[in-house]
Write a protein that binds this ligand. Structure first.
Ligand SMILES: *[C@@H]1O[C@H](CO)[C@@H](O)[C@H](O)[C@H]1NC(C)=O
Length: 184
């Protein structure tokens, strides 16, 4: 009995320190990301010249050979690929925000859409995350900071301006569904 208790206490500490899985985003967030990324069955170059497929999956290998789906991609496989790809930004937003940061499902979804777009390195070093972690009001921080992320390759892209506006709108949409803190 005692041994078991010790073992599970150890497990708890380990999972607290090293493994924190971000909650799954809500349907409004999946729809927002899919809508802005658009769907392509075949590999294409994104505005920055990165080979991309499906709903904005950045290819790691020539011809996107890392993905476990056949190309041309079906829309259903594209959705599965998006669900896989959104795990990383979910985890980033969850681990990069302090345990004191409270976000509802729409605020969290807006930030996951942004991190999916700009990458976890950029979200992690952003003043947006710093301000949240300093205890500033999420609504204010999101509305002020997200629209600044409107450039690709040094140029303002209308598509990014619209996407940031849609993310702010999502974050401003009231919901009683909680997302963060995730409790880890
Ligand atoms: C684009 O971002 C810059 C900051 O990088 C900001 O000053 C500007 O207002 C933004 N433009 C729009 C249309 O949001």
């Amino acid at each position: 009995m005692v041994r078991l208790a010790v073992a599970s206490a150890t497990l708890l500490v380990v999972s607290k320190a090293y493994a924190c899985t971000g909650p799954a985003v809500n349907q409004a967030t999946v729809d927002l990301i899919a809508g802005f990324e658009g769907f392509s069955a075949d590999v294409y170059d994104d505005p920055t010249g990165n080979p991309t497929i499906g709903y904005g999956h950045l290819c790691q290998l020539t011809g996107c050979s890392e993905i476990p789906y056949s190309i041309p991609l079906s829309e259903a496989d594209g959705k599965s690929l998006l669900a896989d790809d959104v795990i990383s930004p979910q985890d980033c937003i969850t681990t990069q925000t302090a345990a004191s940061v409270t976000l509802n499902a729409n605020q969290y979804g807006a930030l996951v859409s942004w991190a999916y777009n700009v990458g976890c390195g950029n979200s992690g070093s952003s003043s947006l995350i710093t301000r949240l972690n300093n205890g500033e009001d999420p609504q204010t921080v999101i509305a002020e900071e997200l629209p600044l992320w409107n450039k690709s390759g040094g140029e303002v892209l209308p598509g990014l301006v619209r996407r940031r506006a849609a993310e702010v709108d999502l974050a401003n949409t009231a919901t009683s569904d909680p997302a963060l803190p995730a409790g880890c």
